[in-house]
Design a protein around this ligand. Structure first.
Ligand code: ADP
Ligand code: MG
Ligand code: ZN
Length: 480
């Protein structure tokens, strides 16, 4: 039996820090914990002092409802916060407030586009909890920073519906894109704002039974997740191939050795002794409020992608590039709107290959891009109507990126406007023909192949700025 006889079954738990102004249960500001001075955004509540009382952050609930609705979940009118008890130095209360038996939302789905077409990944639950602090180990000491302690954390748990590592990648990428569209998180992977836990088992291809799974903790990047999953699928397949059994356990991903390492087995599984948080009443979410949030949801990436294909005639790939980030899609549509005569597909090309390329080279993030959509559209229009040729337009765009000036100003100051005047073109053609009597004679003798060479000479003489089709007709006319 080979490994190919096994297929992976994957269920993901995705954690996202929410971009609220204050923390989940206190008034402390949510700060960027990779930048802020340690322990500067803390109070007695988020450092777990006895006798303090948590208060639920309404904005965090709103954000969570937004996500749950975008994932087609049922929102629970009543949900309950619980204490998840465990000891760790980054958890000052000795428990984390989380939702357990009654989560905020349940039973939704997220559609992903796979090579085989659309697939719906069922969402088991969406709930709110609070983040922990952070530990730093240096020079024999352990230090703790509580700035992150109590930051709202959203957990999104899928059903085990992902059947390849590729699907897990598509799912998490799509989910991150949705979270950013909804403006509930920065989604900054480098700062650990989104973290994954992957549950994985393997089974005989075609079987409908679930195998014994392992759970891989602390995956902080797409790369770590896909590497850990492929390592684990391979490891489990090999055990089964040799007739062994998988033991249900919690694993950690060790980047250094590129392998999963056992953290605890089922027998030593945590008993968190969940019980309803006595300091918080059950959470009631008004259906009218939910309906209002629903009505304010933006168009989501997949819908937008399909609309871009239908409305602008883009390829699915191009539409995908333009819709992963909401700001890019908005930019594209603003550009299209400002230049009704220009073909949208041209704007899409200039945006996704040329402008993206230049920004990338210059290390500029798209949101810091200084080229307004109208200017990009105007440049494409200049190419379309022949005011500037495509090669010069690339120079102009580079200048637009670095100076923020308008394309008309740059074309004027660099003298790049295309030569359209028939008289000017004719006189250049004349000059070139006079300078090359031998080639002209050759042509007249029947060597028509020389036409292309003469054309090149005229373009060179015009410094590449003459309208090519006007040159072509002026040249044939002159040679007649
Ligand atoms: P726990 O509460 O112990 O974390 P759950 O049963 O709630 O476990 O499942 C957690 C995650 O594990 C979910 O994303 C679920 O889809 C996934 N999962 C459950 N069983 C399997 C399995 N046999 N193979 C792969 N993933 C699984
Ligand atoms: Mg779990
Ligand atoms: Zn606080």
């Amino acid at each position: 039996m080979t490994n190919s006889a096994f297929e992976p079954v994957i269920g993901l738990e995705v954690h996202a820090e929410l971009l609220t102004q204050s923390k989940m249960f206190c008034g402390c500001a949510v700060v960027d914990s990779t930048i802020a001075e340690p322990n500067t955004s803390v109070c007695e509540i988020c450092t777990g002092m006895p006798g303090t009382l948590p208060v639920i952050n309404e904005r965090a609930i709103e954000f969570a409802v937004r996500v749950a609705l975008a994932l087609h979940c049922t929102i629970s009118e009543t949900s309950v916060f619980a204490r998840k008890n465990y000891f760790y130095p980054d958890l000052p209360k000795g428990y984390q407030i989380s939702q357990f038996e009654l989560p905020l939302a349940h039973d939704g789905w997220l559609a992903i586009e796979t090579e085989a077409g659309e697939k719906r990944i069922r969402i088991r639950r969406v709930h709110l909890e609070e983040d922990t602090g952070k530990l730093f180990h240096r020079q024999g000491h352990s230090l703790v920073d509580f700035n992150r302690s109590g930051v709202p954390l959203l957990e999104i748990v899928s059903e085990p519906d992902l059947s390849s590592i590729e699907e897990a990648k598509i799912y998490t990428t799509a989910l991150r894109s949705i979270l950013r569209y909804l403006e509930v998180t920065t989604g900054d992977m480098e700062k650990g704002v989104i973290r994954f836990e992957a549950n994985v088992s393997v089974r005989q291809a075609g079987s409908t039974e679930l195998g014994i799974r392992t759970e891989i903790k602390n995956l902080n990047s797409f790369r770590a997740m896909t590497h850990a999953l492929s390592y684990e699928v391979e490891r489990q397949s090999n055990i089964l191939k040799e007739g062994g059994e998988i033991s249900q356990e919690t694993l950690g991903w060790d980047e250094a050795s590129s392998s999963t390492v056992s953290q605890r087995s089922k027998e030593e599984a945590h008993d968190y002794r969940y019980f309803p948080e006595p300091d918080l009443p059950p959470l009631h979410v008004e259906p009218t409020w939910v309906a209002q949030i629903q009505s304010e949801l933006p168009e989501l990436p997949l819908e937008k992608r399909r609309r871009f294909v239908a409305e602008y005639g883009l390829t699915a790939y191009a539409a995908g590039v333009l819709t992963t980030e909401r700001s890019v899609g908005d930019y594209f549509e603003a550009a299209v709107e400002s230049a009704p005569k220009v073909r949208s597909i041209k704007i899409a090309n200039w945006l996704s290959s040329d402008l993206f390329g230049l920004l990338n080279q210059a290390g500029i993030d798209f949101q810091d891009n200084d080229v307004p959509p109208v200017d990009l559209a105007r440049l494409v229009e200049m190419v379309e109507i022949g005011e500037v040729n495509a090669t010069s337009a690339k120079t102009v765009l580079a200048e637009m990126v670095s100076s923020g000036k308008s394309p008309d100003d740059i074309v004027r100051s660099l003298g790049l406007s295309m030569i359209q005047d028939p008289e000017v073109i004719e006189s250049i053609v004349r000059r070139v023909l006079d300078a090359h009597p031998r080639q002209v004679a050759d042509y007249l003798d029947g060597n028509t192949g020389i036409f292309q060479w003469l054309f090149g000479q005229v373009m060179k003489e015009a410094e590449g700025r003459a309208n090519p089709s006007a040159v072509r007709s002026a040249l044939s006319a002159a040679l007649e």
